[in-house]
Design a protein around this ligand. Structure first.
Ligand SMILES: C[S@@+](CC[C@H](N)C(=O)[O-])C[C@H]1O[C@@H](n2cnc3c(N)ncnc32)[C@H](O)[C@@H]1O
Length: 227
């Protein structure tokens, strides 16, 4: 039996480790280097990085049977809330050198870590900016295929709307990771999720699926839509 299988989404793989566990993985665009606590595994001369669903909400959504996966070689992505680059690095593996990730982060500390990752990979453009004010990066960011947002802020729906309207191509996709506790710790997460979904729809954005990220991320959903 092969230790390597293609995932149904392109540029994603299942790698079986020595302990017999099947792990999601991407091909490491920076061989020999880890970005977080992922494992590096070589199969048939190619190095893979395990994609940990407990460390990445995109990874969690894939494990929870996400249906929409428009990320492909050459895609252009505007990524809001890049932090130190955990998920960004896997997207970088998936997109290849022809793709671009415009990675926005406003914390100076996280930005330092993100720059270290970006310096070793050709397709990450780190932007130290506030996603509430998309005009801050208008001289750098073009029209993109995907807007991905994971800022864990109460104003996340408004941030999505303004960035989608400014930068997303018609027919492009958006992803929004929603953490209910970032909005209101006292309210039932289900009520919060419904309020966020209603708000996004009231902005005229079309939602195509929502994925609950339990057990990888407690009280989180991923909302996916198309412009
Ligand atoms: C939950 S973390 C992101 C984790 C990351 N997406 C990953 O999967 O590797 C949220 C990040 O959003 C950033 N953030 C919050 N509000 C922001 C804003 N208005 N503009 C840019 N970054 C923001 C925070 O500094 C933090 O690093």
């Amino acid at each position: 039996m092969s230790n390597l299988e293609n995932h149904k989404f392109g540029n994603l793989f299942w790698v079986t480790t020595r302990d017999g566990n099947k792990r999601l993985a991407t091909i490491n665009a920076d061989p020999g280097k880890k970005v977080y606590t992922e494992r590096l595994l070589t199969e048939e001369g190619i190095e893979y990085r395990t994609f940990d669903p407990y460390k990445s909400k995109l990874g969690a959504a894939i494990f929870k049977k996400l249906k929409t996966f428009p990320l492909t070689k050459g895609s252009k992505i505007l990524y809001l809330g890049a932090a130190s680059g955990t998920t960004v690095s896997h997207i970088s593996d998936i997109l290849g050198d022809e793709g671009s990730i415009f990675a926005v982060e406003f914390s100076a500390r996280s930005m330092g870590d993100l720059i270290v990752v970006a310096e070793r990979r050709k397709n990450i453009i780190p932007l130290h900016a506030d996603a509430r004010f998309p005009e801050e990066y208008s001289n750098i960011v073009p029209q993109v295929d995907i807007v991905y947002e994971d800022v864990a802020q109460p104003s996340q729906a408004e941030i999505l709307d303004i960035n989608v309207k400014t930068y997303l191509k018609d027919g492009g996709y958006f992803f929004l990771a929603v953490k209910s506790r970032s909005i209101d710790v006292t309210k039932d997460p289900k009520i919060i999720f419904k309020e966020v979904i209603d708000k996004i729809e009231s902005f005229g954005l079309k939602i195509i699926e929502t994925v609950n990220l339990e057990p990888y991320e407690k009280d989180h959903i991923m909302i996916v839509g198309q412009k």
